[in-house]
Design a protein around this ligand. Structure first.
Ligand code: HSE
Length: 285
């Protein structure tokens, strides 16, 4: 059996909507073995239908791309640290595991970059897929129908605190509240920040990051969907910490240089995870 470990990711980083993402030291682990028919096995060893599963459908997409019949596999969910529907890229872990398993069994018939393109097409945007596959902080852009991931360093001085709530928010719902158009003023506000985020993250300049994570494209529309988010943002800023919604939410990202201790303990619907950057993306063991 091969095991594929894929990190959690936080997309957007404020103004980098559908562009920026970062990988964290929290993982989902999937197992794959060749079999005579498709099967899915969950943690408890229970079998489920592989035909409605994102790992399995993503695996098959690589074979579709090569116009080949998919080799049947038995897929195991071995470990799940990344909570679902929380804005931490759990869908991306399933997609990435599926395409990389296909790549493994297909050997040299498909490249890592082709797998990245296929995975991004499945997800619809690269901001979780790219850090899940390449690790670190990634800014992606699209040219001639091809996504290009560009990797940046992140200072070891920065501490990433993820406030994960006990409620879910579907990405489709969080995207449905976005406006159809943005003003030039809002585009300038965001572009000026996105341009400087890689610099500030590589230097570990927290004061700058506090300013740069301020977003006009999605955060103002999504905050009302996330209980306590306004109060958490206010408290984070009072402490000098940077704040952003993680992906489409509802998890909230707080970046600090010091240990945040028990600062957010009074928000009892949230559990705090203190994570580090995953410098490697998905790993096949
Ligand atoms: N960039 C995406 C969004 C991330 O904010 O909707 C969630 O998939």
């Amino acid at each position: 059996m091969i095991k594929i470990k894929v990190p959690a990711t936080s997309a957007n980083l404020g103004p980098g909507f559908d562009v920026l993402g970062v990988a964290f030291s929290m993982y989902n682990m999937f197992g794959f073995e060749r079999a005579d028919h498709f099967e899915m096995v969950d943690f408890q060893g229970r079998y489920s239908n592989p035909h409605h599963n994102l790992v399995c459908s993503s695996y098959k997409k690589v074979f579709d791309y090569l116009k080949m019949n998919a080799y049947p596999v038995k897929i195991y969910m071995l470990d799940q640290e990344v909570p679902t529907s929380r804005g931490l890229g759990s869908s991306a872990t399933c997609i990435v595991a599926g395409v990389l398993a296909a790549k493994h069994f297909l050997k040299d018939k498909v490249s890592y970059d082709e797998c990245f393109q296929i995975a991004t097409a499945i997800e619809g945007h690269p901001d979780n897929i790219a850090p899940a596959m390449f690790g670190g902080l990634i800014a992606s852009y699209k040219a001639n129908d091809t996504y290009k991931p560009v990797r940046y360093d992140v200072s070891a001085d920065l501490k990433f605190n993820l406030l994960v709530p006990n409620f879910e928010l579907q990405t489709s719902k969080a995207r449905s509240v976005l406006p159809k158009e943005l003003s030039y003023a809002d585009i300038t506000h965001n572009a000026s920040r996105v341009a400087n985020i890689p610099y500030a993250f590589s230097k570990g300049d927290l004061e700058m990051i506090v300013d740069l994570l301020d977003d006009k494209a999605h955060e103002p529309y999504r905050m009302p969907l996330i209980k306590d988010s306004t109060e958490i943002k206010k408290l984070a800023h009072e402490k000098g910490y940077a704040f952003a919604i993680s992906g489409a939410g509802p998890t909230l990202l707080v970046i600090s240089k010091e240990d945040i201790g028990h600062t957010f303990d009074s928000f009892t619907d949230f559990k705090v995870y203190k994570l580090t950057i995953a410098h490697d993306g998905a790993v096949i063991e």
